[in-house]
Design a protein around this ligand. Sequence first.
Ligand SMILES: Cc1cc2nc3c(=O)[nH]c(=O)nc-3n(C[C@H](O)[C@H](O)[C@H](O)COP(=O)(O)OP(=O)(O)OC[C@H]3O[C@@H](n4cnc5c(N)ncnc54)[C@H](O)[C@@H]3O)c2cc1C
Length: 212
Amino acid sequence: MSFTFAIVGGGLTGTAMLQLFAEKMRQEIDLNLLNPSEIKIQIFEKQETFGPGFPHSDRNVMPFHITNMCAKDMGILFGKSADFQEWVIQHQHNLQERFPYLDDVSFGREGCNHYPRAIMGAYLTQRFHEAYKKAQALGLIVELYSHSEVIDLEERHDKIHLIVKDRLSGSKFSCIADRVLLATGHWFEETAGNLSIRILTVRQKEMRTAMS
Ligand SMILES: Cc1cc2nc3c(=O)[nH]c(=O)nc-3n(C[C@H](O)[C@H](O)[C@H](O)COP(=O)(O)OP(=O)(O)OC[C@H]3O[C@@H](n4cnc5c(N)ncnc54)[C@H](O)[C@@H]3O)c2cc1C
């Protein structure tokens, strides 16, 4: 039986989920509990790049925009919160070349370092592509849709129908998934369309059910 898992938003949460999902699948495959070719992961990202998301993207950050949490607490790998801090130390030399302002704007106290958000973006981009390759190497089907904005979704008979807009051509296409993770990050009023209205409606319904 085939199973399709769609991730809407290829930022921090989408990247962490892809990492975790690939690892869980590896464990199941090792135990001969599933056939990898029956599992499909689709990732929809409205921007070009997978990984950085909104707050850590080159498009939105200046060198002086630093992360507001300690680097040692920002790792995205399950059970390895220091992963980001260790990654920076490991790649210090390359990062220095790529981000010449690194030393001027990074600061830390008692092992709590804050780096420019663009560095976090570079870390997330690398972790995303590692997870993507890992999932492919396991034999899972992984489809990446960049410039693709999910503009609506609807649950029908235990399947979720997604309507996606290709932001380059303006054309629309649809996909069907068994489960969807909404990892769309912050909403901005002027860009929120049908998708946010639909999600709000679902959340209101859930709240009413929970309260009754
Ligand atoms: C300005 C700002 C600064 C922040 N600074 C920090 C910080 O320093 N430290 C910290 O821990 N947290 C910070 N945060 C919180 C931050 O939002 C989270 O840490 C983290 O980025 C959230 O991950 P996410 O995956 O939910 O969102 P994001 O990482 O933003 O990823 C969401 C992705 O979904 C895509 N997307 C959105 N809608 C759609 C759609 N309909 N279809 C397809 N793709 C879509 C977006 O393009 C984006 O790539 C900051 C947030 C903001 C707004």
